[in-house]
Design a protein around this ligand. Structure first.
Ligand SMILES: Nc1nc2c(c(=O)[nH]1)N[C@H]1C(S)=C(S)[C@@H](COP(=O)(O)O)O[C@H]1N2
Ligand SMILES: [Mo]
Length: 255
């Protein structure tokens, strides 16, 4: 047995719930990837973004208790960026890592992990739904994005926020592509939207996006960029809004 606290917590969770040894649960009902109704709904995504937000308002996503954490957080997508710059930052325990906040802000920022961890924090136990059809419940700790944005002071032109990741997700003929995502200001300022540095009571593991990843609890997993290096506030999106969006996924991935 190792002393890895993540593993200890994972095993504790599994022992407490022997019926769920198989790990992350498959989504039921409408959330299933190939559910015909979901496909119809996704086709109307552009129309429903505003309507869905209007209906949901700023309602909170469901939150759970520690007893509901039945398994470790299943990692997906990049699980260990091979990028040399990322590896160097990791090797130095993130001392040299910074989160930049730039674009349509009055006060651009460059924040260390220690500075982010000294800010007001929020801990929430939420369900993560991946478009592939599985879900996990995990506890996330981080600084509300609204707090960081309030320090940067978005200008009156600010409408969207880009999230830049450090992992190269694709190496192609036209160069390599690092993961990125975007959200509108409303979801960015939602009280459960946090920049998370902790998961299930320990430091965010590399496989889940260390040192910092986004949580936006009312949308699907691919909207939550891991391995963050920068946040860019913009008046308008200059592309389809993210790596997977460029490949056909919906930009507004509301649950
Ligand atoms: N930088 C980055 N962020 C990412 C991904 C990725 O490959 N790279 N994958 C996305 C997908 S599809 C999901 S489901 C979640 C997975 O988060 P997890 O590894 O903590 O489960 O991260 C999202 N954010
Ligand atoms: Mo996903």
């Amino acid at each position: 047995m190792t002393a890895d606290p993540t593993r200890r917590l994972l095993l504790g969770g599994l022992l407490a719930t022997p019926a769920l040894l198989s790990g992350c649960k498959v989504l039921d009902g409408l959330s299933a990837v190939d559910h015909p109704l979901r496909n119809v709904m996704e086709g109307a995504n552009r129309l429903t973004h505003k309507a869905q937000q209007l209906a949901a308002g700023d309602a909170l996503a469901p939150e759970y208790t520690r007893a509901d954490i039945r398994q470790g957080m299943r990692p997906n997508g990049t699980t260990n960026p091979s990028d040399a710059d990322y590896q160097a930052l990791a090797a130095n325990a993130w001392t040299d890592w910074r989160l930049t906040v730039s674009g349509a802000v009055e006060r651009p920022l460059s924040l260390s992990l220690a500075e982010l961890m000294a800010m007001p924090s929020r801990t929430q136990i939420t369900r993560h739904d991946c478009v592939e059809g599985w879900s996990c419940i995990a506890e996330w700790t981080g600084v509300p994005l609204s707090h960081v944005l309030s320090l940067a002071r978005p200008t009156s032109k600010a409408r969207f926020v880009y999230f830049r990741s450090m992992d190269t997700i694709e190496r192609g003929l036209s160069g390599s592509i690092r993961y990125w995502e975007s959200h509108d200001l409303r979801d960015s300022l939602h009280p459960q939207t946090i920049l998370a540095y902790g998961m299930n009571g320990v430091a965010l593991p590399v496989r889940n996006g260390a040192p910092l990843r986004l949580r936006v609890e009312r949308q699907l997993g691919y909207k939550m960029a891991k391995y963050l290096s920068g946040i860019e506030v913009v008046p308008a999106l200059s592309d389809k809004g993210g790596y997977w969006e460029e490949r056909g996924y919906d930009w507004y991935a509301g649950l």
